[in-house]
Write a protein that binds this ligand. Structure first.
Ligand code: KG4
Ligand code: ZN
Length: 340
């Protein structure tokens, strides 16, 4: 029946957020996230604690997602879940739950690649947000990944560049750690950068050929710079924190934009989308907008709530796969290093 409403439940548990979302025909009915605060005191995600917290959160989060969507589980057409990449102990919780739920309800089970989720979040039906036309370039920037992907169709994606060491989110978080900021430091660096001078301090950009990235040298450059300055002036960090944050952010954004320019030039594609936690950054959002004027790009920036990990992006991939009857079998397994 063409007019039938298709309800998809999405479940995300790849890292430290337990999330569930219900979509109807690609439109959001609910999008629930339980973020795990426990990791803040350790300055990073502790896999064993993340897995345990997912086990505690998953039932109430899914329950709430169904309740907010005002549907019963019997109305669902399919259950979509994150198969990978991510932390194995975390992925297993969502995977096992999704399998049991789909089996119990006798409806299709759909496995989703988390990174495709970050890209296809642009296809969630949202007022005021245009969907990018094919082909487009997607830059996925998060705490675990940094990639430039050529997207020729929903499921025809090619990674044309990626980091050879740290992810860009780690560059933010590790720099923040050096400055004594809490975890994750990205949002605070962003906030402070708005109050500082981006040209106050200079950090050299890493030289990596082609479309690949490297951020481990950048983190070391920040460390040496801070050590040197603090030796001269023990109050250097607190006296210049906003300027340091602005300069760090400015350098990172410069690295990302340089590679996007090259990717656009090499492929001839001018439709450019971003996704992942770091796409919440106000500086990168502005730099993309500026790219429209400077380079003739048309850019696509996700709604703020779809930047960091969420289950709506998993549910939209589920919906697109549902339309193609692309279902998983009950013996599907989680995959920590799943590739696009
Ligand atoms: O996509 P995400 O929620 O989880 C992963 O899949 O990794 O991304 C988390 C990353 C963290 O490194 C965090 O510091 C960064 O996204 N982040 C930001 C901002 N908001 C989150 N980085 C810079 N500016 C922000 N506003
Ligand atoms: Zn993510």
């Amino acid at each position: 029946m063409a007019s039938e409403n298709i309800y998809i439940l999405g479940i995300e548990s790849s890292c430290d957020d337990t999330a569930a979302s219900v979509l109807v025909n690609g439109k959001i009915l609910s999008n629930v996230i339980a973020s795990q605060k426990i990791h803040e005191e350790y300055g990073g995600v502790v896999p064993e604690l993340a897995s345990r917290a997912h086990q505690q959160n998953i039932v109430p989060v899914i329950h709430q997602a169904l309740k907010k969507a005002n549907i019963t589980k019997e109305q669902l057409h399919a259950v979509a879940f994150t198969k990978g990449p991510g932390l194995m102990g975390s992925l297993l919780v969502g995977t096992s739950f999704a399998k049991s739920l789909a089996y119990g309800l006798n409806i299709p089970l759909i496995d989703v690649n988390h990174m495709q989720g970050h890209i296809l979040a642009h296809f969630i039906d949202e007022e005021g947000f245009e969907k990018p036309p094919f082909p487009f370039l997607a830059m996925t920037i998060s705490g675990g990944h940094t990639q430039i992907v050529r997207v020729d169709n929903h499921f025809d994606m090619t990674v044309i560049g990626e980091t050879i060491d740290d992810a860009v989110g780690e560059a933010f978080d590790k720099s923040g750690k050096i400055l004594g900021l809490g975890y994750p430091a990205g949002p605070e660096i962003d906030k402070r950068a708005k109050l500082g001078n981006p040209k106050a301090f200079k950090f050299t950009k890493p030289k990596v050929d082609g479309l690949n990235f490297s951020f481990s040298g950048f983190k070391t450059a920040v460390l040496y710079f801070i050590q040197r300055e603090v030796k001269e002036n023990p109050n250097f960090i607190e006296e210049h924190l906003n300027d340091i944050c602005a300069s760090i952010q400015h350098t990172i954004i410069g690295i990302l934009i340089d590679k996007l320019k090259l990717a656009s030039k090499e492929t001839g594609i001018k439709h450019i989308a971003i996704g992942g936690g770091v796409s919440a950054n106000s500086g990168i959002r502005q730099a993309l907008k500026d790219g429209e004027q400077k380079f003739g790009w048309t850019t696509y920036v996700p709604k703020f709530e779809f930047t960091t990990d969420n289950a709506a992006m998993i549910a939209i991939v589920g919906y697109l796969k549902y339309l193609e009857s692309d279902f998983a079998k009950q013996d599907v397994v989680a995959s920590a290093r799943l590739k696009i």
